[in-house]
Design a protein around this ligand. Structure first.
Ligand code: NAD
Length: 343
């Protein structure tokens, strides 16, 4: 088995555990990046990777990303992530055994849904461990689909970047799936003009009912707009797209929007202000954490709206220190983690 410590994406992760195996009917990796602030929380991704090495890369990067997202959102949680790269038995059985592996970590890792996972999978895990979120709750309790809260966090961030109102402003939205569509609804209700693109025809048709304009998928980033909102996949801001961007502001839900570290500086060089992804898209994890901590649904919205204030702090710091916003965000997080380690 490969040594995670030798992997280029290894970043002092506290624990990287290969779980499952031939006899277990599934195989995966649980990466605990940091528990300095609290138990490592982050979803379980089920994906058909080309190699175990690719699965490890994802687990290492995503778990580190969760440490940053959770710390920035002021949640009492560290960062972790699980990936399952093979299931060759009954799905319920596989997730029960995965639940046993989560239980074995004794609460250092809390799992939830991510790409490829379902509520049914979370229920199977919950049969074996209590360290799981993502299960619909009774009325009044936080929980369930996190995407409306993610959309709300992006919406308040966009509004703030546009000076307090979206009325009459043009916003280009890339991807109108769970988050993108909810975002479009919020923006449209407050008078924004929307231009959207999506590879999925059904999702596009649903957005069209809001009276949006449609742009080609390969042109949406270049649309002349007040703000561009990436809500599809990661790495959309890269050496090819940055010179073509048609808006001076960027703020969207997609994870890992910058393809590389240098792309943050490329945006600055073009005079484009980027609202760092993990600062603005934390609404979902804020919702999931409230569910896990058994809090009431109505505490969540206030916390999600506070994302706009946090974004302002990050953008102000970037300006004052003359560094790209994503670096300002990282700096704030690293200070928080260092302070937590001292206590
Ligand atoms: P989703 O799968 O529901 O929506 C993604 C949409 O993007 C789909 O409609 C898909 O067809 C479209 N798409 C894919 N490739 C595209 C392309 N090249 N051009 C245009 N559209 C394309 O996913 P989601 O839950 O809405 O999440 C969107 C993004 O936000 C993802 O990057 C996700 O990781 C991130 N995110 C989601 C949440 C959440 O609460 N769901 C929380 C934080 C971050």
């Amino acid at each position: 088995m490969m040594d995670p410590k030798q992997h280029p994406s290894f970043d002092g992760h506290e624990d990287v555990v290969f779980v499952g195996g031939e006899s277990q009917g599934f195989a995966g990796i649980i990466a605990v990046h940091s528990t300095a602030i609290g138990p490592a929380a982050g979803g379980c991704r089920i994906w058909d990777y080309d190699s175990v090495g690719d699965a490890l890369t994802d687990a290492l990067r995503l778990s580190r990303g969760m440490t940053y997202k959770n710390a920035m959102a002021d949640l009492p949680l560290g960062g972790g992530k699980a990936v399952i790269y093979r299931i060759n038995t009954d799905r319920v059985d596989a997730f029960q055994k995965f639940g046993d592996a989560v239980e074995k970590l004794g609460g250092r890792y809390i799992t939830a849904e991510d790409v490829g996972a379902t509520v049914a999978d979370m229920r199977a895990i919950a049969g074996r461990t209590s360290y799981v979120a993502g299960i619909p709750k009774e009325h009044g309790q936080a929980g369930g689909d996190p995407s409306p809260m993610t959309a709300l966090g992006v919406f308040v961030s966009i509004k703030s970047m546009l000076g307090g109102s979206v009325d009459g402003r043009t916003i280009a939205v890339q991807g109108v799936g769970a988050v993108g569509f909810n975002l479009c609804r919020l923006l449209s209700a407050e008078g924004a003009k929307l231009v959207v693109a999506d590879v999925n025809k059904a999702n596009l048709a649903r957005a069209e009912a809001l009276g949006v304009e449609i742009a080609p998928v390969d042109q949406i980033h270049a649309v002349s707009a007040d703000l561009f909102s990436p809500c599809a996949l990661g790495a959309g801001l890269n050496v090819q797209t940055i010179p073509e961007l048609g808006a001076p502001l960027i703020c969207g839900a997609a994870n890992n929007q910058l393809a590389t570290e240098e792309d943050g500086a490329r945006l600055v060089a073009r005079g484009i202000t980027y609202g760092p992804d993990y600062v603005v898209n934390a609404g979902g994890i804020i919702n999931v954490s409230a569910e896990y901590l058994g809090e009431a649904a109505d505490v969540v919205e206030g916390r999600v709206r506070a994302i706009a204030t946090r974004l302002n702090t990050v953008l102000d710091m970037a300006k004052a220190e003359n560094i790209p916003p994503h670096q300002a965000a990282d700096r704030i997080v690293r200070e928080r983690i260092a302070a937590a380690k001292k206590n």
